[in-house]
Write a protein that binds this ligand. Structure first.
Ligand code: GSH
Length: 335
């Protein structure tokens, strides 16, 4: 696999599975914070920060959904990489539908930005990346932390009055984000990248036990943390929306489709239909990325056809109690 070692691009540098055939995700390296504090190195400002994303990536997708729900489109700009990632890593191919140039440096590859931020970088070159145009460096490349910063530090520039980490819910939101990470968000990768039966079985058992659990919870409450849409729902959404089209088939998570769940399927449609969210979902990029980028999993790079899901189909989740900020019921402002 590919990564930077002392600032040099290496195509044979790290293994994604350990000796037992289990997938191991590497730690993220850039972990600075934007803080609304006069002494902070990175302070919230409109126009100063830039996001590098792939529409395909569920981690990057968390940051796009947060940006959309808060109405931060004017404050935080975005560049989108090619969904197909080859030996050279994430690439900018503006000629391709849905992709853009690197608006900050006009780089050809995302790895150039990592080296600019740290000439001796030894790390994977991943999306999302939150870039500071003023200090010309990476602030952070960990989706959970970027999501939190966009949610809590930019209210002054947000066009919508939406708080996804509300008081009274914070411990629960943190707990749920951590609880769903290993079995669900990372669980689909553990299943898909396993190179032995044991680790695959374990991942699939954990995954479907967790999905069954949340399906039950969602019978009586509209959102994961209760009556409010929170960051925990964003973290769940970006895995669920990819599930039936990709993880079910490509990663062999095929015990059940999400659309067969009584509550998870309407819950997924509810989130999809929340103003601003649908525009962040690019199913063509999602399918192209997964089916063509992992030759060990799918050597012929054939993109599986189905299923044709109707995310716009009405749901009855509005009947459950909810305390929704008025701005989440409003149509999106910029279209
Ligand atoms: N911990 C990171 C994980 C990000 C991540 O793994 N992104 C994938 C795309 S889905 C990536 O860029 N992989 C490239 C690589 O590993 O070389 C986060 O949550 O932000």
């Amino acid at each position: 696999m590919n990564m930077l070692v002392d600032g040099e691009w290496r195509t044979d540098a790290y293994e994604t599975t350990n000796e037992e055939g289990a997938f191991e995700r590497q730690e993220t390296t850039f972990r600075d914070r934007i803080e609304d504090d006069p002494d902070a190195r990175f302070q919230p400002e409109a126009g100063r920060y830039h996001l590098y994303v792939s529409y395909a990536c569920p981690w990057a997708h968390r940051t796009l959904v947060t940006r959309a729900l808060k109405g931060l489109e004017d404050a935080i700009s975005v560049s989108v990489v090619d969904p197909y990632r080859d030996e050279d890593g994430w690439q900018f191919t503006p000629e391709k539908e849905g992709c853009t140039v690197d608006h900050v440096h006009d780089a050809d590859y995302l790895r150039e930005l990592y080296v600019k931020a740290d000439p001796d970088a030894t790390c994977r070159v991943t999306v999302p990346v939150l870039w500071d145009k003023e200090k010309d460096t990476i602030v952070n490349n960990e989706s959970k932390e970027i999501m939190r910063m966009l949610d809590t530090e930019f209210d002054e520039y947000a066009q919508r009055d939406v708080d996804l980490y509300p008081e009274g819910y914070q411990d629960e939101v943190d707990r749920i984000i951590d609880e769903i990470y290993e079995p669900i968000n990372n669980g689909v990768y553990r299943a898909g990248f396993a190179t032995d039966q044991g680790p695959y079985d374990e991942a699939v058992d954990d995954l479907f036990a967790a999905l069954d659990h949340w399906d039950e919870v969602l019978a009586d409450q509209r959102y994961l943390a209760g009556d409010r849409l929170t960051e925990a729902d964003i973290a769940m959404f970006t895995t669920l929306v990819r599930f039936d089209n990709v993880y079910h088939t490509h990663f062999m998570c095929n015990v059940q489709y999400i659309r067969e769940y009584d509550n998870l399927w309407p819950y997924l449609r509810d989130l999809y239909q929340t103003p601003g969210v649908a525009e962040t979902v690019n199913m063509d990029h999602i399918k192209e990325h997964y089916y063509t980028t992992h030759p060990d999993v799918n050597p012929h790079r054939i993109v599986a056809r189905g299923p044709d899901l109707d995310f716009e189909k009405p749901h009855d989740r509005g009947a459950l109690p909810s305390e929704q900020p008025a701005d989440l019921a409003a149509p999106t402002t910029d279209d």
